[in-house]
Design a protein around this ligand. Structure first.
Ligand SMILES: [Zn+2]
Length: 231
């Protein structure tokens, strides 16, 4: 996991750029290139990149995508056409990506934004949750296309995965058990904190558009690069 140097109130320490690969693979899959920061992108590109997957459209996750495709000569896949680069194609719910010795299942988890995806690594029992579940604090819903009903549905989709999945979030540190966290969030939202979630969304969105982000590196089972910072 490489942390981008774009800390802010909303991006916590910055955006996590995740680098995934099987222990015996020479290549990796990158989740969210993060901001357009040459130093950050160069650190991420140290391992040959098979492809990059975009979790959702927010600037702090996607801004560096076009440059990263150029740097690595590899495709950037995304839901939204404007975030696809280097021959990248569409991602949608249920897609299975096989690369870098890994099998990654695309799980649509709308709510934070309409296009939010999570990426499930069944073999590693982990889920990249992007901004749908953060390393700490609660996420906010985008004022343009965030939706509380969708968000609650996404929490239920996490619960349906079952116990024992590690959370690899888009900001903040990893967390031990997605099912437990999703159940807690669901109870929290049901208990009247929905008003706060809705009311807080505009300022959160603005902060996020400032473009903070970080890169984090993780392999599915072994590290595949340096850790410029500990988190
Ligand atoms: Zn976001």
């Amino acid at each position: 996991m490489i942390l981008a140097e774009n800390p802010s109130v909303m991006s916590l320490e910055g955006t996590n750029t995740w680098i995934l690969r099987a222990p015996d693979s020479d290549e990796c899959i990158v989740i969210d290139p993060g901001p357009l920061d040459e130093g950050h992108l160069a650190r991420v590109a140290q391992v040959p990149v098979a492809m990059t997957l975009i979790s959702h459209r927010h600037f702090d996750h996607t801004e560096g995508g076009e440059r990263f495709a150029e740097l690595t000569g590899s495709p950037v896949h995304a839901v939204t056409p404007e975030h696809r680069h280097g021959g990248g194609t569409a991602l949608s719910d249920g897609d299975v990506v096989e690369a870098a010795g890994l099998r990654v299942r695309v799980l649509a988890t709308p709510g934070h934004t309409a296009d939010s995806l999570s990426f499930v690594l069944e073999d590693d029992r982990s889920v990249l949750t992007a901004d749908t579940i953060l390393g700490r604090g609660t996420t906010v819903l985008d004022d343009v296309d965030g939706d509380l009903g969708d968000y609650l549905g996404s929490l239920r989709a996490y619960i349906e995965l079952g116990p024992g999945y590690t959370v690899l979030p888009g900001h903040g540190a990893e967390l031990p058990d997605l099912e437990t966290i999703a159940r807690g969030y669901l109870a929290h939202r049901r208990n009247g904190s929905t008003r706060c979630a809705t009311r807080c969304a505009p300022s959160a969105t603005m902060s996020r558009r400032d473009g903070s982000s970080n890169t984090s590196m993780r392999t599915s089972t072994s590290p595949c690069g340096e850790r410029p910072r500990s988190r």
